[in-house]
Write a protein that binds this ligand. Structure first.
Ligand code: HEM
Length: 411
């Protein structure tokens, strides 16, 4: 990708909404050179793609925005990852890889994690509550979800910071243009993460526990014999995918939720006065500025979508973020309004690949908003709140880079 193309992609990542709005108005589909595929922008079309997994394969769902350099790929090749993952699989292979997640992230498993989430949320807020100021991305949003998914996977808390760091490096490697030397360092961090996950997988295979890691190992590689190379690849890749999907997304949604609540001060005050609005506020934030803006699909045969004939092998970008602003589906879609009565959004996808972690994410958001509205109702932006906020350059973990806030302290 040339520098110009990077620039255009960066502009789209900062604010994709004007491009979506134009695409929704056009008949048929618009081809997006930045995204390397047809932009599926209207909600009805997005739902149609998600309901036709046989026609729209997920094989390219994680296609890198930036192809790593051969030196970085060689470094990655030394790690035990590289197997197929749930989000890029189709049909029976997908069902097999998804089964442990459905069990491991069931309502009862999530309910059992709630006391831990509450304890960690309180501890994180305690650490800065007396200071009168904080940077909420660094001190809260980037901390809680990593600790929570680490807890569910059964990681030792001492290993969580390295696991979180490795996840960020994996994301950087395939979504950011980095100098080659930096890519090689990132690839080494990813391999270190994979080796850590492999240790856990091997240990849990011998001595299973009541955690997600054991569930994944038991389900993907049944038995107790030493893991074959193929099993190692599959188990490690799926643990890595689950770790990344589990925290980067939730960090992003905590960030955008707080950003929009604080930017729309009256809505923050409404929420503090009436915490029963918290579930609606979470759904509205997820709709209004979706953390996962979209995933790709590739056509498996010649077909028609939105009246456009597509050949086999065409790439489409399924824009949940656009579907969630569709005038045909929502009244005043550009307004952030936590008092909407029903919000049928697609922020967690839909259909066979629909998010298995949505309940876990929602619980973290709920506990976050309950804690902050109760403990720090005077929270406001450190700056005036009118300045443009820099968003991270990504279409799959949309969030502010930083959230500096202040509040009055008592005594
Ligand atoms: C706010 C937080 C989250 C958002 C916005 C989100 C969003 C999504 C979306 C849109 C998809 C559909 C992907 C597709 O259509 O190809 C998805 C799938 C997935 N999510 Fe989430 N997610 C979140 C949190 C989580 C958490 C907490 C976990 C795990 C603990 C998780 C694990 C997964 C996995 C494994 C898939 C792939 C499922 C499959 O392919 O069958 N997500 N997520």
């Amino acid at each position: 990708m040339g520098e110009d193309a990077h620039g255009r992609l960066a502009a789209l990542q900062q604010d994709p909404y004007p491009a979506y709005a134009r695409a929704r108005k056009e008949p048929g589909l618009v081809f997006s050179p930045e995204l390397g595929g047809w932009l599926v922008a209207r909600q009805a079309d997005v739902r149609e793609v998600l309901c036709r997994p046989d026609d729209f394969s997920s094989a390219n769902a994680l296609r890198p925005d930036v192809m790593p350099a051969p030196e970085a790929l060689a470094e990655l090749g030394r790690g035990p990852g590289g197997g197929p993952v749930v989000v890029t699989s189709d049909g029976a292979a997908h069902l097999r890889l998804r089964a442990p997640l459905t069990r491991g992230l069931s309502a009862s498993r999530v309910a059992a994690a709630v006391p831990y989430i509450a304890e960690r949320a309180t501890a994180l807020v305690d650490a800065f509550a007396g200071d009168g100021r904080a940077e909420l991305m660094r001190q809260y949003a980037k901390r809680l979800p990593g600790e929570v998914i680490g807890h569910l996977l059964g990681l030792d808390p001492a290993d969580v910071p390295a696991a979180v760091q490795g996840s960020y490096r994996a994301e950087e490697l395939i979504f950011r243009p980095l100098p080659v030397q930096e890519q090689i360092h990132a690839a080494r961090d990813v391999v270190a993460l994979q080796l850590l996950l492999l240790d856990y997988a091997q240990e849990r295979r011998q001595d299973p526990g009541d955690d997600l890691c054991s569930e994944v190992v038991r389900s993907i590689a049944p038995g107790t014999a030493a893991l074959t190379d193929e099993q190692r690849g599959e188990v490690v890749s799926n643990l890595q995918n689950l770790l990344i999907a589990g925290h980067l997304t939730t960090t992003a949604l905590i960030g955008t939720t707080l950003l929009h609540l604080l930017r729309h001060r009256a809505q923050w005050e409404l929420l503090c006065a009436d915490p029963s609005l918290i579930p609606a506020a979470i759904e509205e934030a997820a709709r209004y500025d979706s953390a996962v803006q979209g995933f790709r699909r590739v056509t498996t045969r010649p077909l028609t979508l939105a009246g456009v004939e597509l050949a086999a092998g065409e790439s489409v970008f399924v824009a949940y973020g656009s579907a969630n602003r569709d005038e045909a589906a929502f009244d005043r879609p550009e307004a952030f309004d936590i008092s909407r009565l029903t919000i049928r959004h697609l922020a967690f996808g839909q259909g066979v690949h629909g998010c298995p972690g949505s309940q876990l994410a929602r619980e973290q958001l709920r506990i976050t908003l309950e804690t902050l509205t109760r403990r720090l109702p005077g929270l406001r932006f450190a700056a005036s709140g009118e300045e443009p906020v820099e968003m991270l350059p990504t279409m799959i973990h949309r969030s502010p880079r930083a959230l500096p806030v202040v509040w009055e302290t008592i005594g």
